[in-house]
Design a protein around this ligand. Sequence first.
Ligand SMILES: C[S@@+](CC[C@H](N)C(=O)[O-])C[C@H]1O[C@@H](n2cnc3c(N)ncnc32)[C@H](O)[C@@H]1O
Length: 487
Amino acid sequence: MTSFSPECWVAQHAPNPGVSYAVTLWRVDAVPVDQFDRWNRECLGLRKALREAAESGNTKQAQLIADKLNSLNTNFSNHILSLRARAGRELTGGNDLRAVLQADKGVLGFELGNAAVWVLLQLTDERGVEQHIENWRTEAPEALGDVESILQSCSAQQADQWQQDHRAKGQKVFASEEAAQATLFRHTTVLGREATDALLPTEGKVILDATLGGGGHSELLLQCGAIVWGIDRDPTACAAARKRLEAYGSHMHVLTGCFGDARELLHNEGVGSVDGIVADLGISSPQVDTPQRGFSFLTEGPLDMRMDPQSPRCAADIINDATETEIADILHLYGEERAARAIAHRIVQQRAISPITTTTRLADIICSVLPRRSKQHPATRSFQALRIAVNDELGQLEILLKEGFSLLRSGGRFAVITFHSLEDRTVKRFFERVSKPELDRPEWPGPRPNPDYAARVITRKPITPGAEELSSNPRSRSAKLRVLEKI
Ligand SMILES: C[S@@+](CC[C@H](N)C(=O)[O-])C[C@H]1O[C@@H](n2cnc3c(N)ncnc32)[C@H](O)[C@@H]1O
């Protein structure tokens, strides 16, 4: 039997003081009968001995037996988690189960295996452990229709330790809706007035805010009477914006998802076209300022960098699994890093010693190749590159430009704010492609009509932040706004 690593998820919230519970659930037939029988017999024997010791008042003996029982259960639980389920009988419906566990406010973390799931639970409302399990079983019947379970208690301190250890190992972090709302989400809107004015928002106009973030651009548009559909792939941002903009009632709609899917997301809501689109690319300040999100090389955190904490591949997956050439290509293409090959080589050497799972370790590895020579930290370009790769940012942008443009009504405007040359180049090229009436090439006898011609560029030169914005928000320094109008 081959062992494998279960998929681990850690909640953003810390446990409350008190007792937590570790629950292991597995499909009855996923574990060989003889192994189950052996564990069950030993368990029953220890439970009987524990009862007897407790009844006779022998607390020392009872404690010894309780410890034995605990370690028996921990070992068995680890064993079944590392099992690959027997052919055809694996724990199916994993996606449903993952969603159910992530939505449960009491869940502090879980490990989802092929044969079993291990859940760290804290009771936060009047429901008991059994009721939580019953709820998971009802919501994810395919995964938990027919399961055996082991239940163990642990202190808040142990639960906290588990969360910390798993975060440090770079496990995937999720935020429950409640935790997300509790998080302070502060992002200073860049080129707010310039971008919203460019969309000519008036009463009743329908505008798509493709990068909702903290809701800054949306709010300015709502203040002009527009109806706003806001999309963000980060559920934390969506929860915070929903809360911030709730006073605008039915004028504000929040959708969690990728802007590359904007067309489908809006169609599902019965919206076939819009009067304007704003896209303020990149990440928001709370994403970069939260060490657990793993975007920053300045603070220790798991090497994550996913805007959507549920997307399958985080930065640590790339750094530890991709080939040296693939890593070098990412650093070169998306970070325009000249030392890409040398950095990739050092990464591969270092990960052979132990997996690279934290932001600071990766930053140190990069610094060992590239000593600091300018004001810019040597890891800046590599971290940007990884972030772009993890979130497929340029691929998403290409789709947004194409699909977003097709959503625009004629006279509708598209405003895009970029933060680095790769994004700006992509936007500029697209704007040129749809705004040139004619195309010409040296090998053609003369210019030909451009089949994509359907727009005019409003900003011949990009709009950049003024001195006042630059001094109050240094993060706006590389912002460029380009605006297009469909004709
Ligand atoms: C710069 S922030 C937007 C800030 C917002 N305009 C404001 O003023 O508060 C960019 C946001 O876009 C989101 N984002 C980036 N790429 C995305 C994508 N492909 N799909 C959906 N959201 C995306 C990020 O999660 C982030 O919250």
